[in-house]
Design a protein around this ligand. Structure first.
Ligand SMILES: [Zn+2]
Length: 461
């Protein structure tokens, strides 16, 4: 009997955290047999910029020949290059969970509002309303656990617990299971269900953002948040927190909602100053069945988990501009999460020089961003051409990561250690991916490798 094989190409998301893009193809056993080509994710490669220049290079495959794109989740480093895929001729179908589709609409519109103005790469011709509309006309939804037939593959989505609607994607082919993890959630999450265990994978293509590090104790984080808000109230400052619009904003609202309801923080004005995050919160409200049991129970008891006394959502720019005039103490939640754009910049300009105020960092701050400089204790920073002294208290809460840490990644793999033949460790900085691959080899005796960008491998099936 001849051996069936699949070909897997690492088109993006290797050696870097962002730019997820993988191509899975059947290898014809006989000449003339139809080749099936599917992509997993089509994300932007990002660093200090929303999008690196290399995103505008041609894809290493012809988009016209791709049958389908499966999207693990709606973070822009997983969906941001879809408009280019369409512009370059993709005619296939796009598949994801329903929340991922809804969230992606807001994420892509938001990205278009920024990249659409780029003259250098003529992105105004790619990030258009028409192209984005076309993407969504091709986009169909699949619920978790409903096997989907895309012959010769049977595709099943499982809950990755990373953000609302996030999924791992399982391809069953000739009795072998190939699983793309997408990003793996830092379970337990305040809002989401835990990452589902994978127990029967033959090949695993897994993320490794925190492959070489462990998080702070997550039990601490709600207490640290409570203390940060209380300390700031005592100093009568503004607590300014650069927050990712997707998931982290909703997590924070939920945790503050809990602190307010439990009477653990004094009632202070809290400004939710991110139009994107405000819009995304409406998607979260639409899908209560995607939340964990505790949250579902609270919703059933009548609690609006994203609304509490003192909260003001400032959708309009005019409302946003009023925030500095509101007396302290107060809390300001705004994007972007790494302070490399968005309304947070204005608030940081106002409150970084104020020794009574607090900058609360709850997310990963990548090298070269303003957030990283603040995190590393810079005494001054440059904002919009001005030198701004940093005198505010800088508080960091690490337990808020949306990704599994090194130990949790190893535990995740352990569930399928008996069946897995090889693991490809991707979506991490090289040191992180290499460290995790080494741990998987040493601790679990699994064949784990770190592929290079552009590598193709054959998977015997
Ligand atoms: Zn993600």
């Amino acid at each position: 009997m001849e051996i069936k094989k699949l070909k897997l190409t690492f088109c993006g998301g290797t050696g870097v955290v962002t730019g997820s893009n993988f191509l899975l193809e059947t290898i014809p056993a006989t000449p003339g047999e139809t080749v099936r080509r599917v992509l997993v994710d089509c994300g932007l490669t990002q660093s200090t910029k929303l999008a690196d220049d290399l995103n505008w290079n041609p894809f290493p495959y012809d988009p016209k020949t791709i049958d389908a794109l499966f999207v693990t989740h709606a973070h822009i480093d997983h969906v941001g290059r879809i408009p280019k895929l369409i512009a370059d001729g993709f005619q296939g179908k796009i598949y994801s969970t329903p929340p991922t589709k809804d969230i992606a609409r807001f994420m892509l519109d938001d990205t278009a509002s920024i990249l659409g103005h780029d003259k250098e790469h003529d992105l105004g011709a790619i990030y258009t309303k028409e192209i984005i509309n076309k993407a969504f006309s091709l986009w169909e939804t699949i619920e978790y656990h409903k096997p989907f037939d895309l012959s010769p593959f049977t595709v099943t989505l499982k809950d990755a617990g990373h953000i609302l609607g996030s999924s791992m994607i399982e391809f069953l082919y000739n009795g072998k299971k190939i699983v793309f993890t997408g990003d793996l959630g830092n379970s337990p999450s305040p809002l989401l269900k835990d990452t589902e265990p994978i127990t029967d994978a033959d090949y695993l293509i897994m993320e490794s953002v925190y492959g070489d590090r462990n998080h702070e104790d997550r039990a601490e984080r709600k207490i640290l948040l409570e203390h940060a808000i209380q300390d700031n109230v005592k100093r009568k400052g503004a607590l300014v927190t650069p927050t990712f619009s997707l998931e982290r904003s909703q997590e924070l609202l939920y945790e503050i909602d809990t602190l307010v309801e439990e009477g653990r923080i004094p009632l202070v004005p809290i400004f939710f100053d991110s139009p994107l995050a405000i819009h995304l919160t409406t998607v979260f409200k639409k899908y209560p069945e995607y939340f964990n049991d505790v949250v579902q129970k609270r919703i059933r008891s009548g609690d609006d988990i994203f609304l509490f006394p003192g909260l003001t959502s400032t959708l309009d720019t005019d409302q946003s501009k009023m925030i500095p005039r509101m007396p302290n103490p107060k809390v300001i939640i705004a994007g972007s999460g790494m302070s490399n754009g968005g309304r947070i910049i204005h608030h940081e300009k106002s409150y970084l020089p104020d020794p009574q105020s607090t900058i609360l960092l709850t997310g990963y701050q990548s090298l070269g961003t303003l957030g990283r400089l603040i995190q590393e204790g810079s005494k001054t920073v440059r904002i919009e051409g001005e030198t701004i002294p940093v005198k505010a208290h800088v508080v960091m809460i690490g337990g808020y990561s949306g990704h599994k840490d090194s130990d949790a990644l190893v535990n995740f793999v352990e569930n399928t250690a008996d069946t897995v033949k090889r693991i490809y460790v991707v979506m991490g900085e090289p040191a992180s991916s290499l460290f995790l691959a080494q741990r998987l080899r040493d601790n679990l005796g699994i064949d784990a490798i770190v592929p290079q960008q552009g590598d193709s491998v054959e998977l015997p099936c």
